[in-house]
Ligand binder design. Structure first.
Ligand code: HEM
Length: 109
C-alpha cells in the first residue's frame, strides 16, 4: 500500500487527477506486447496462483500479495522487476501511472 501511494504521488505530478485503477491495471496485465508476450503469460490470468516462466518453464510464486505476502514489500525489488518485465513485454518502461494501476489490480486479488 505504501508503494501504491508512492506511484500515485509520482503519477499525479504529471496528471493531477490520477487515481490508480484496478480495471486499467487488469487490462494492461493482459495486453499483448512483443512476440505476443503479456504479464499474464508468466504470472497467469489469476495472479493468486503460481505462474510459470514462458521460456524457461521455471515456476514463479504468485504475484498477488494476498497469496504471497513477500510481494511488493521491498520497493527496490519490485522496481527492478517492473523495469525488466515492462521492457521485455512492452519494449519500454511502465510509467508510474501504469505501475499504480497494475499494483491496484494485484492488491485487489
Ligand atoms: C517478478 C511484474 C511480466 C517473470 C515480478 C515482479 C513484478 C512483476 C512487480 C516482482 C514483484 C515482487 O517480488 O515484489 C510484471 C509485469 C509484467 C510481467 C507488470 C508485464 C509487463 C513477466 C513475464 C515474465 C515474468 C512476461 C516471464 C517471461 C517474472 C519473474 C519474476 C517476476 C521470473 C521474479 C521471480 C519471482 O519474484 O518469483 N514481475 N511481470 N514477468 N516476473 Fe514479472
Amino acid at each position: 500500500a505504501g508503494l501504491l501511494e508512492r506511484y500515485s504521488e509520482e503519477a499525479r505530478r504529471e496528471a493531477p487527477a490520477y487515481a490508480a485503477s484496478a480495471a486499467r491495471g487488469e487490462a494492461l496485465f493482459h495486453q499483448r506486447g512483443k512476440d505476443d508476450w503479456r504479464c499474464a503469460g508468466c504470472h497467469t490470468d489469476k495472479p493468486v496462483v503460481a505462474g510459470r516462466h514462458l521460456v524457461t518453464g521455471k515456476p514463479i510464486a504468485p504475484l498477488a500479495p494476498a497469496a504471497n505476502p513477500e510481494r511488493f514489500n521491498d520497493a527496490a525489488r519490485a522496481e527492478k522487476w517492473f523495469r525488466r518485465n515492462c521492457k521485455d513485454v512492452f519494449e519500454r518502461p511502465c510509467s508510474a501511472a501504469e505501475k499504480g494501476d497494475l499494483l491496484a489490480y494485484l492488491l485487489e486479488q
